[in-house]
Design a protein around this ligand. Structure first.
Ligand SMILES: [Zn+2]
Length: 312
């Protein structure tokens, strides 16, 4: 069984301005490092299709979808359209967003069909801040939430889990799945920090989202994964696991102030693999979220994919 990597050239055409950290070079850096580390040749490279609108509509309102489509399609080559201060469209953004969500859905289908064991989607725009009714925080559509709903409602799975290790809280994903008994979401995130979600005293019971202070290091994260994520994941017995794989909790990433390194991402990935092997026939679809230091991002993706693909 193989690990697939889904991507598409359209994902590099979406671009939010020269100054913007969520830039096309992120995907190039990942591709380069997969080649340099010699694991590229062990992966099944697949082109991301465009998502069906019906899949996106399981998470987003028609209005939110139309706002991205109509504004992006009205732009000329050099124009931008800001949805908010740091979430910006160019004329390729609609297609890129369709490919990003489409990658997650196609990977889900391929994993459930048994064509591949697991997949990493090297995609942008990222998704976990995108709220059901509005784009937010560099994110247009909630790729992971869309794929999770597809697995449940189209492919008939009963229970799935979402693991989010981005430095930021996946507020959009949480909004999309909060209260849905079929979904367990586990995460950690720097707090207080963007997107400044209010942390309820009593969290919804399908959420194990653990806030941690700035400068939290890998050993603390290992402990919270072991003590908080693992019992909840085993109790939920997911039939498939989705990962919001953001790498901006890396110590070299200036958008976050946490202290993870490549070995921590490898360790977390192995823990998730163990749960997937026990309950979910190994089924994992991992989607790129944040990660803005190009070198740290690319090295961390290699560490993550190496574990997914079982390459020593
Ligand atoms: Zn992030």
């Amino acid at each position: 069984m193989t690990t697939a990597i889904y991507s598409h050239p359209d994902c590099k055409l979406h671009e939010m301005g020269q100054w913007h950290p969520e830039c096309p070079a992120r995907l190039q850096a990942i591709e380069d490092q997969l080649i340099a580390s010699r694991i590229d040749r062990f992966l099944d490279h697949r082109d991301a299709p465009e998502a069906d609108i019906a899949d996106i509509e399981r998470v987003h309102t028609a209005n939110a979808i139309a706002r991205v489509r109509e504004n992006a399609q009205s732009l000329s080559d050099s124009e931008y359209y800001p949805l908010d201060a740091d979430t910006i469209l160019n004329r390729h953004s609609w297609k890129a967003a369709l490919r990003a969500a489409g990658a997650a859905v196609a990977a889900t289908d391929a994993v459930i069909a048994g064509e591949i064991e697991n997949a990493f989607c090297a995609i942008r725009p990222p998704g976990h801040h995108a709220r059901p009714d509005e784009a937010m925080g560099f994110c247009l559509f909630g790729n992971v939430a869309i794929a999770a709903k597809h697995a449940l409602e189209v492919r008939g799975l009963q229970r799935v889990a979402i693991v989010d290790f981005d430095v930021h809280h996946g507020n959009g994903t949480e909004e999309a799945v909060r209260g849905d008994e079929r979904v367990l979401m586990v995460s950690f995130f720097q707090h207080p920090f963007y997107p400044y979600t209010e942390i309820p005293q009593i969290p919804p019971h399908n959420m194990v989202n653990v806030p941690v202070p700035a400068y939290t290091m890998g050993d603390t994260v290992h402990q919270l994964v072991t003590e908080k994520w693992m019992p909840a994941l085993h109790a939920h017995r997911p039939e498939m696991i989705f990962i919001s794989a953001g790498f901006d909790a890396h110590r070299e990433d200036d958008l976050g102030q946490m202290g993870l390194v490549e070995a921590d991402y490898a360790w977390i990935t192995q823990q998730v693999m163990n749960v997937a092997k026990q309950h979910a026939q190994g089924r994992i679809v991992s989607c790129l979220e944040g990660g803005y230091n190009l070198s740290a991002l690319a090295r961390s993706v290699v560490a993550h994919v190496r574990v997914l693909a079982g390459i020593d």
